[in-house]
Design a protein around this ligand. Structure first.
Ligand SMILES: [Mn+2]
Length: 274
């Protein structure tokens, strides 16, 4: 049941990179989050449905259908829902400018916070062209990245079985491999420069499955992460401040998910932006 108290209500929630139709999607955690969250505006920042994965092998469990149903229910219940399709759900970009079941579909848009700051909201694959990332990541490409995510989940399952905490192979690779770090940093600069060109205060995007809020080149770079590994979102509180949040559920105390820094994650955790 939703707790509809004015104190728990947030102004905006941004989620992306859900990848419905992909085995790695953490649909049950997302469903749990969507059922609890009370927001005036919900922004879906792309890669909500993974059409690439569906084309490779059709996978559509009822839990994934349930996530779509919950989003439609949120839209009907008076929350403004905006959908910015990404590259994995590029097929929906044809519908940009229109409405579907009360959901506004946009290629990108400018979000104004309660304190008057203006942010470019865009999925982020647009910045790949500006990112001349060398060797490693270019070589592994999209398919191998999917494989790494799958490996990461398998490692996680094994660790879970043996009583170890949450650990993400994919996040570990992103932290360890210099090329991956360089790729992320170039992506952040490309995104920041788009905001700078438009004279905005910042940019809100997803795409690289790496949540965080940072000051980059004098603007605010905000990434809402994903629901494959991080189960993260951005949210704007009533005063207009943006935060990164993580949603993890501990199953019967057997597994307490932790962040990459080793801190335990409560059932719902809203992390203050660094
Ligand atoms: Mn993407």
């Amino acid at each position: 049941m939703r707790a509809k108290s004015p104190t728990s209500r947030v102004r905006t929630v941004f989620v992306s990179d859900v990848h419905l139709g992909f085995r790695g999607c953490q649909a049950s955690l997302l469903l749990d989050f969507l059922r609890q969250v009370d927001t005036e505006r919900l922004v879906l920042v792309g890669d909500i449905v993974d059409l690439w994965s569906l084309r490779r092998s059709f996978y559509w469990p009822s839990l994934h259908q349930e996530v779509l149903r919950e989003i439609l229910r949120i839209a009907r219940s008076g929350t403004e829902v905006i959908y910015v399709p990404g590259n994995h759900d590029e097929g929906f970009r044809e519908l940009c400018g229109g409405q579907l079941e009360g959901i506004d579909i946009r290629r990108d848009f400018i979000h104004e916070t309660a304190n008057g700051e203006r942010y470019l909201v865009v999925h982020g694959d647009e910045f790949d062209g500006n990112v001349k990332f060398a060797g490693w990541l270019k070589w592994i490409g999209e398919h191998l990245y999917d494989f790494i995510l799958w490996m990461s989940r398998s490692v996680q399952d094994i660790r879970h079985r043996f009583g170890y905490g949450y650990w993400s192979l994919s996040n570990w690779i992103k932290d360890q491999v210099p090329d991956a770090r360089r790729y992320i940093s170039r992506f952040e600069h490309a995104a920041a420069s788009a905001a700078l060109r438009l004279g905005l205060d910042g940019v809100i995007c997803g795409h690289i499955h790496h949540p965080g809020i940072r000051n980059v080149d004098g603007v605010r770079y905000c990434n809402d992460g994903d629901w494959v590994e991080n189960c993260s979102m951005l949210y704007e509180d009533q005063s207009g401040r943006l935060h990164v949040g993580f949603h993890h559920a501990a199953a019967d105390g057997a597994m307490v998910p932790v962040l990459s820094n080793g801190e335990p994650v409560p059932a719902v955790r809203y992390e203050e932006a660094a």
